[in-house]
Design a protein around this ligand. Structure first.
Ligand code: SF4
Length: 392
């Protein structure tokens, strides 16, 4: 097993968006079509051109207008004049001894976020970030110590998927086959990186719609899991407007403990959250809601906690992901012992709940759950500003 590798990619020149040109990455189909009409593409052609562009960008992964050979030279020139196709800038790429990859990427304004790729047998999961920093201050989470700087745009969110596909070499050869040659390296997306995705709903929705679009990246909705800490008003909307699988950062079985571990609980407590999950339109036995439960020594890991969790989940198609706590510098908690975690899991399994114990991945490069944090801590938006923006 080789040691972790860090590659500084500053040497690879990346085209940065020149002022005045619109970046097409992240635009929904209607917005892309409108942008084409705006530069003079006749309305009656716009739908077809949108389809052609969409396939080049999201199916073949081509981001050079000149290479889009089924478009006339004139159209290609006009596109290059008015638009860019830019992804977030890759700053560093680290590869863990267990194969996990962590990308530090820079977005507009010089802010940085982390993205993690976790390879497994026959599949690969990309952990995507939705905010720079986070509004919430979950006390077990490294990101929670980083104040929110801003929401990511839809382009910056789907751009993480495209950047990882570049790195994995997973774009099919233009014009050659469908690219569906065997299992995908990037087969699943989890919105479990930095930030609370439901506090950036519209951008997350648009980005995931692009990732799910059958003529592009074409990831099935059941291959995408959105994890929320419990933004109750947006939970049903996730089913209606995104349709992906849902996970909840649950982590405690009493309000007293959850108020500390997941402070948003003070706004929507366990009872309110569970009521919303019982109504979650997409939850079925084949599409269970994942309850994430970080195992903290002496905090939330007792047999009584496990039995209470079973009672709380009553009537919800659920599974529980037990996450051995991944320590980070200055973390106020310790990981539960393996015996304690196994005992906890046994109580849940005996009650009929699948409760796999997550294997920490990429710990040697600080890529494991709850360890993400980027250097950019420059500005902060007040809670009032966030509330004004999100209306929540
Ligand atoms: S667990 Fe999620 S919501 Fe909580 S602080 Fe971390 S990133 Fe934010």
């Amino acid at each position: 097993m080789h040691a972790p590798v860090t590659q500084d990619v500053h040497t690879i020149p990346r085209k940065l968006p020149e002022s005045g040109r619109t970046n097409l990455i992240g635009l929904t189909r209607p917005a892309l079509r409108a942008a084409l009409v705006e530069i003079g593409i006749p309305e009656k052609q716009a739908k077809m051109r949108t389809g052609q562009l969409w396939q080049w960008i999201y199916h073949w992964g081509v981001r050079d207008f000149a290479a889009m050979t089924n478009l006339s030279k004139d159209i290609r020139a006009r596109l290059a004049e008015s638009f860019t196709l830019d992804l977030p800038e890759l700053v560093t790429r680290q590869v863990s001894e267990d194969g996990t990859r962590k990308y530090l990427v820079r977005i507009a304004g010089g802010h940085e976020v982390e993205v993690v790729y976790i390879p497994e047998e026959g599949r690969g999961t990309l952990c995507v970030s939705s905010q720079v920093g986070c509004t919430l201050t979950c006390s077990f989470c490294h990101t929670g110590t980083q104040k929110l700087v801003r929401n990511l745009t839809a382009g910056e969110i789907v751009g993480q998927v495209m950047l990882a596909r570049d790195d994995l070499g997973e774009w099919p050869e233009p014009g050659v086959g469908t690219g569906e040659a065997g299992p995908r390296l990037l087969s699943n997306i989890v919105l479990m990186g930095m930030g609370e995705p439901l506090y950036n709903f519209e951008n997350v929705r648009d980005a995931m719609k692009i990732a799910m679009d059958g003529e592009g990246i074409a990831l099935g909705r059941r291959r995408i899991t959105l994890s929320t800490s419990g933004v109750v008003p947006e939970i049903a909307r996730t089913a209606q407007e995104i349709g992906c699988l849902l996970a909840v950062s649950f982590h405690a079985t009493t309000d007293a403990t959850r108020d500390i571990l997941v402070p948003i609980n003070k706004r929507w407590n366990i009872e309110t959250l569970l009521a919303a999950l019982r109504e979650y339109p997409k939850a079925t036995n084949s599409e269970r809601i994942t309850f994430e439960y970080v195992m903290l020594d002496g905090v939330n890991d007792s047999d009584a906690d496990a039995h209470r969790l079973v009672e709380l989940l009553e009537g919800i198609p659920a599974k529980v992901n037990l996450i051995p706590f991944n320590e980070w510098p200055g973390a106020p908690y310790k990981r539960s012992s393996n015996n304690r975690i196994r005992a906890f899991a046994t109580i849940l399994m005996q009650a009929g709940y699948a409760s796999p114990i997550r294997t920490p991945r990429g710990e040697d490069i600080m890529a494991a759950c709850g360890q993400l944090k980027s250097a950019t801590e420059r500005q902060r938006k007040s809670r009032a500003q966030i509330a004004a923006e999100t209306g929540l």
